[in-house]
Design a protein around this ligand. Structure first.
Ligand code: GAR
Length: 211
């Protein structure tokens, strides 16, 4: 049974998608041990509470230095002994020491087709603003392993979504969630939980035969 810790900062609709997928059996061999947020007001914490999942807030604001936060954050996450850490709209930079300790065991959902509209400064609505400003016709979402860079780790799954005439950043954000994020994040977790994802030379190989 894959033990998962989910890190969140906001509404937690991706967290909800994972909770629902486990409940209906589309993710197998996995359970959420805890939900961790840097934001005490995150609605995601309520979602966890409602489903009887351990939930805790740990914020950089509670610590004098970033180093102290990083240490406490790593200790908190590790206290749940996770096999997989899922960043589901988590807006805190993951400490390098943690990336090394959990190599290829941290995944992130990003609301664009990486390598477009990603990297420093591209998060949440800013991604969709960038997409509309550039005028691309296709966007989407990506699930990837987290490495030392920003949105540079091995890609696990991607799904395209059409940009439509009259889209606002908010409308596009919602469509990318509905048509891509809420399906590929649970699917990636299910693939990992069932041993179907391997990483070789910075790229993933998915064993679809066994899927
Ligand atoms: C999601 O769109 C996720 O892809 C994005 O934040 C949103 C969180 O929504 N993540 C990033 O931009 C990371 N760079 P949620 O709290 O409703 O799941």
């Amino acid at each position: 049974m894959l033990k998962i810790v989910v890190c969140v900062s906001g509404g937690g609709t991706n967290l909800q998608a994972v909770i629902d997928a486990i409940a209906r059996g589309s993710i197998t061999n996995a359970r959420i041990e805890a939900v961790i947020s840097n934001n005490p007001g995150a609605y995601a914490l309520k979602r966890a509470e409602e489903h009887g999942i351990a939930n805790v807030c740990i914020s950089p604001k509670q610590f004098e230095t970033r180093g102290l936060f990083n240490q406490a954050f790593l200790e908190k996450v590790s206290s749940y002994q996770p096999d997989l850490i899922v960043l589901a709209g988590f807006l805190v930079v993951i400490p390098e020491i943690m990336i090394r300790e959990y190599q290829n065991r941290i995944i992130n959902i990003h609301p664009s087709l990486i390598p477009s509209f990603c990297g420093t400064g591209y998060y949440g609505l800013k991604v969709h603003e960038g997409v509309l400003k550039r005028g691309v016709k296709v966007t989407g979402a990506t699930v990837h392993f987290v490495d030392e860079g920003t949105d540079t780790g091995p890609i696990i799954l991607q799904k395209p979504v059409l940009v439509e005439e009259g889209d606002t950043p908010e409308l596009l954000q919602r469509r990318v969630m509905e048509q891509a994020e809420w399906s590929i994040l649970p699917q990636a977790i299910d693939l990992i939980a069932n041993g179907k994802v391997t990483v070789t030379e910075g790229r993933t190989v998915i064993d679809w035969k066994k899927a």
